[in-house]
Design a protein around this ligand. Sequence first.
Ligand code: ADP
Ligand code: MG
Length: 730
Amino acid sequence: MQSLRFKAIDNLTSGNHDVSVDGVGKVTSQFGEHVFTLKTARDFLSDEAYKSLLGSIKTGHKIDRNMAAQIAAGMRQWAETKGVTHYTHWFQPLTGTSAEKHDSFFTLKSDGTPLEVFDADALVQQEPDASSFPSGGLRATFEARGYTAWDPTSPAFIMHIGQGMTLCIPTIFVSYTGEALDYKAPLLKSIEALNKAAVDVCHYFDRNVSKVFATLGWEQEYFVVDEGLANARPDIVMTGRTVFGHTPAKGQQMEDHYFGAIPERVYAFMRDFEYEAYRLGIPLRTRHNEVAPAQFECAPIFEELNLAVDHNTLLMDIMNRVAKRHKLKVLMHEKPFAGINGSGKHNNWSMATDTGVNLLAPGRTPKTNLMFLAFFVNTIKAVHDHADLMRAAIASAGNDHRLGANEAPPAIISAYIGHYLSKVLNEIESRVGDKFDEQDEVMLKLDIHKSIPELLLDNTDRNRTSPFAFTGNKFEFRAVGSSANCANGMTILNTIMSETLSNFKKEVDAHIEKGDKKEVAIMQVIKQYIKDSKKVLFEGDGYSEEWQQEAARRGLPNLKTTPVALDPMVTEKAKHLFEKHNVYSHSELEARHEIELEKYLKTVQIEGRVIGDLAGNHILPAAIRYQNVLISNIKGLKDLGLPASSYAVQLSVLEQISEHINKVQSLAGEMTEARKTANALSDTREKAIAYCDQVKPYFDEIRYHVDKLELLVDDSEWELPKYRELLFLR
Ligand code: ADP
Ligand code: MG
């Protein structure tokens, strides 16, 4: 029987691939068409209901039941004009994907008359069966229920799946006792904490600021492969990555893929998902090839953080679905292929005021520059003080393959600020005496406000090797993994920023109380913070070996694997921090820690099983078949009375194959034993560490021999699509 591999290759060359795309015409004419935007709300709601919705979005006040009923009715009316029949609460549980459970508007009155309704209860609160979502033991004992609650700050939208249309209500997901079971609830709390702390600091500079919100612009990297080929790789199907595969003769060494022409099938796929995204109000802006073959990236215009997080989750979902229509498969995994680049999701983060100021953009006057400098230096201090939490926030089994590999940021958290700002900070720090002379108008001397904003945005002064880089008007958290939910890293960043800003305020106030003028007080604390956090700044090559050594000398942590990188989540320091800012309670933190450990160990466990299965069912049978070919060939040559030299090559290949077969077999056996030992451990952390240190090392060892076999065995016997096919055939 022909193997799936060759069928897929046949289909690829003979198949006509649909490159037509649904979306046509101007983006502006379709943008947000499937979103209950404020403009739509204006059309479908009474004045009163509209005001209530607007108020809730702006100030976070609760919407009362009567208003909720009116808003629900308006939403249904709008949705029905589009042909929607069902609704769902859309949420982001800790599984990493989005979740939904569809209910119909349709119901029956007591007398049996059919009716379509969507009432306040249905909008505001639902009870999905929560028991099958990860909870880290929070729901374990007596309360198995959880509920989803409407988040009015993210607008409702209509999801099209095939011919079906569903009204989706963005919600948070919490247990009955109120603990967060999703990514969104803590994110919203951290946004609020940051708002409070940042507004307080803004008031030193501008009393008119009444709200500060975090902004996020993500850049999503991903791979695209032919679906038929992907389906012939059980490892891709089960784990999202290849566990075997010899490096192809051509990888990314020619550097010909980056910004090259986008292949037609992929281009059609991109345009297709972009149009779906536009209709859902996701402001995609950029698309291009990435460095590795078959790797691409897309990025939107940045948005308010909460919305940006929803949009990223939604887009990942859309991409997976649209890819199927094009018989393609999207790989969001951080490292789908060994030996070539992995994928990240750069999180560009900043803070903006309701007066329209980006707090991380240098201003045009000395006063606004002092404000910029305060927020900028506070960010660095936050990273310095809580680098371990940032590392924990990006830890996952997938990201472990990427971080510290030679084409991704290391597992060491540092910040890059560029040549110019380094100079500015050094100047401030080296100022003699501990009093700033008011006359000397520090900021004027530093001169940031002249041509500097342009200078800072200059592309040449960028460092692509830093996990956290300042890029002129925002920080780019580059160490985030491609499959991650943005909320995790952003929640941490907001929280540590809240903590730093609120301490900053206290210290500045103390200086003022001692008689310092405001500007002088602010400069004093800035100077102190620069001193305190210097060691986290690094301007060199983050991928280099020297940095690893230098970081060790500086005492910066370098936690390479997830089970230990997660430890900082549950220290006393972390518990107090998150409780103080009302982001996580102690039990929520512990639950999250447990969930992340479990996710890690289950991922490694599944990979281990897949490796064992593939070795036994695919690799060894192919190798043995080819051995038999060699054996009969050698026998035949012998029978003909030919000298040993005539079958020396065959014999040598045969011996090599035998050796690798034996190795694969024995290592797979040893790995199974290691798994059993790990499984017997009851403590989740210990178990995760056992999977990491005792089981996972076998992956590379087994792979080494399998990849050797791939080179030795007759190509026509090899069942798994090879790297050259996955990466270059479309
Ligand atoms: P690159 O870093 O590739 O040169 P850009 O600097 O244009 O590209 O932006 C990258 C991402 O950063 C985009 O998604 C963009 O929307 C986002 N971005 C720009 N300004 C901000 C900001 N103030 N806050 C958050 N994200 C931003
Ligand atoms: Mg960028």
